[in-house]
Design a protein around this ligand. Sequence first.
Ligand code: PMP
Length: 346
Amino acid sequence: MNKQKVNLESLVRDNIYKLMPYKSARDDYSGDQGVFLDANENPYGDLNRYPDPYQSALKEKIAVLKSVATDNIFIGNGSDEVIDLVFRIFCNPGKDKALCFVPSYGMYEVSSDINDVELIKLPLTNNFQIDKETLSPYMNDPLLKVIFICSPNNPTGNLICRDDIVSILDSYNGIVVVDEAYIDFADTESMISLLDSYSNLIVCQTFSKAWGLAGIRIGVAYSNYEIISLLNKVKPPYNVSSLNQKAAIEAISNYKFYSVNLSNIMKEKEKLYEELAGCTIVNKVYPSDANFFLIEVDDANQIYQQLRDLRIITRNRHRQVDNCIRVTVGNKSENKLLINALKRLS
Ligand code: PMP
């Protein structure tokens, strides 16, 4: 395998490269023993202290879980924060570009718009894979700083072919973000295993999906030490609350709960696939490596509204994929309600 080494300095925005980051009180003194009169905190209460700005205890847990060094881990306020930071670190507003493949997760576009960065949106092929020929002319554009690859992809549910991601990593000199929000549901190895080989790789994961912790907003980026340092430099000093850090630590310590939940979801997913495929109203169920299915119907707008009237809330993805609705795998009774409703609408 080629070892891709990019020139990070030339990729990073000049102002970010030169940025003198904010030094919090906890940067000046990181011990937890002593009389703390340095951060203008209130001396009373249980949540009166600022949280650990680098989430060291949580990173130790994640490092063991994923077999990576703590120096290769960044924790964001959800992976949405990581996506935004990537734009802010690498893309000069009004000048640089980023690229993603569509249909995909909507925040790449919203973050690019917020940051005034042009986003090139290349259509995925009919089976939702990367079309290397349409991508190829963009690969040498020096203004193209970041390529986002969502795998498993939202809303289509499929993994992007690993060899295609590797060939982009091999030949592209910018940053490649592989968004693996749904990787825990897929029967495949994470791209984290390639971190040592590619200095332009950022892998994003999240505690919002398989870990069942969307409420605590914990997103994780894995990358080399230099990129992790840049993310730390630009993030707000205390971006992850102490309650959220604690909840994630507890969840990892209680691995059994996670794995039982995950295997229940996977069993329900299998059943739901069969049942959706058996509904006459459903023309097609796309195979999924995630915890949701994209289904095609005759009239997605109508079916979405009819389900909504029954208080079954799905995601109408008609604008991204013709007449498609995205349904999350729920628990047994939720899935049953969905299937019964679809059968009644038939
Ligand atoms: N990436 C993808 C592909 C997603 O679908 C989502 C959430 N829907 C996110 C990132 C954001 O996840 P988080 O909750 O960690 O911000």
